[in-house]
Design a protein around this ligand. Sequence first.
Ligand code: GLC
Length: 494
Amino acid sequence: MPAPLKIAFCSAEVAPLAKVGGLADVAGALPKALIGLGHDVRVFMPSYPFVERNPNVEMGLIADWFPVQIHSQWTEWLRLFRVAPDTGFPLYLVHSSGYFRGSVDSASLYADGAYPYIVFTRALLDAVPKVEPDWQPDILHCNDWHTGLGPAYLRSTHADVRPWARCASVYTIHNVAHQGEFSREALDHAGLPGWLFSPEYASHYERLNFLKAGSALCDQCNTVSPTYAAEVQTAEFGFGLEGLYRHLAAAGRFGGIVNGIDIGAFDPATDPALPANFCAAEPSGKAECKLQLQRECGLHADRAACLIGMVTRIADQKGFDLLAAAFDRIMAEPVQFALLGQGHPHYERLFAHELAARYPGRVHVRLAYDAAFGQRLYAGSDLFMMPSHFEPCGLGQLIAMRYGTLPIVRATGGLRDTVAEGELRPGSGPGFVFWPRDPAHLADAVSRACAAYADKARWARLVRQAMDADFSWRRSASDYVDLYERALAARRGG
Ligand code: GLC
C-alpha cells in the first residue's frame, strides 16, 4: 500500500449534521471510506446554529477566538470546535459570531453569498495547524463553489506558507449549475491577488466565479461521474465552463469518479425508520413496508398497484416538466405515485393540488423535508422516479436499488453510469432507462417497468439484482486516492 495520505477535506455541508443536498452525503461518507483505506482525513465545515443547538452534538473547543487576517483591513475572530461523539471521522467546525447563521435549507444556508465562504475557506487554512501543529496535509480537498477559493489561496497567498507549501489541491464539482458568481470586489476582500482575476483563472464574464477558480487553479479536478465529466465539456451541460473543462481534460487534469453511498447508514436490514426490515436473502419485509407506506400516504392498500416513489428537490433539473407532461399517460398504467420534496412553487402547486386531486387514493404529495419518511418511501416503493435533465451523479437511484426499488431514469450523468436496462455493466444495477428528453419516452419507460412488475418471477430477479449490486464507497474511494497521488505528483513535480 502507498504511504498514508493526510487529507484536509472541506465542505459547506456534511451529513448527518448539516444536509441540504447530495454534497452532504458525499462529505459524510467518502472520508470514512478513505480512513478505511488507511488514510488520515480531517473534515472541516462551518458551524451553523442548528448544529450548535443539536442536543446529540457535543462540541469540544480546540481554539478560542483566534484572529484570521483575510486582507490588510479585515480580520475575523473565530473559534474552532471538534465534534463528539465521533461521526466516523474527525470533524471540525469553524464558528463565527457573524457568519454561517442560516437554517438547514439551501435558500437560507447559502443566502449570504460570497462572504461566509470566503471566511470559511480562508479560516480553514489557519485552523488546520491549530488542530495539531505538526500535521502537514498532503491534500486540500475542496468541494463545490463554496470552497472554490481553496485552490486559489494555495496557488497564491499560501504557496510558500507552512503547512501548505507542499500541499496539493483537489477540487470536486457536484453540480456545474451552481457556480458562485460575485462582483470583482469579492476577490479583493478575499485577500487574493489581482492576477487571479483573469479569464484563465477566476473571472468569467467580468465576475468572480468561485467554481471556475477552484477548477482552474487546483492540481486535479473531478466531477461525480464519468458521463457527467464528458457532458460538462459540451455547451448543453457546461453552463459556460465547457471550454475550461475541455482544456483541463486535454491536460489530464479532469475526470469523473462516481459516488458511492454509505451502505451502513442506508441499509434496509437495519434501518430504524422502516416498519419492517429486509435484505436480499429475506425480502419479505418489503411488502410490509409498501402496505404501511400506502396507509401512511392515504393510497389504496392495493398490492397489485406498482408504487412509484420520488424523493427530490423540486427543481427544473429533476425533470418535473417531463413528468408533468407524461403524468396522465403514466397514471393510465396500474400505478400509484408518492412524492416527497420541496422547491419550485409552480410544480409544488401542480403536484400537491391539481394532480393529487385528479387521482384520489393514487397520488400522494408531501411538500416537506423529512428524512425518515424519505427512507420509508425508498423502502416501500416498487419504482423510483428520476427523469433528470442532468444529474452529476444522483444518490437517490443508488439508495433506491439498495432498498430493492428499481429506478426509472433518463440516461444522463451518473444515472447513465449506475443504472442499466437489460445487461448490467460493472458498477450498475437494474432499472428502466430512457434517452430523449421527451415525455413519451418517459411514459414508455414506465410502461416497460409495469410489464416487468406484472411478471412476478422476473420482478423478483430484478429486485434481487438491485439489492445485490455494490454501491459502497470502496472502489470510488480508491479512485480518489489515485487522484490524490496524481495531484501530488503534479504539485511536487513527480
Ligand atoms: C449534487 C448533484 C447530484 C450528486 C450530488 C453529490 O447534489 O446534483 O447529482 O449526486 O451533488 O455529488
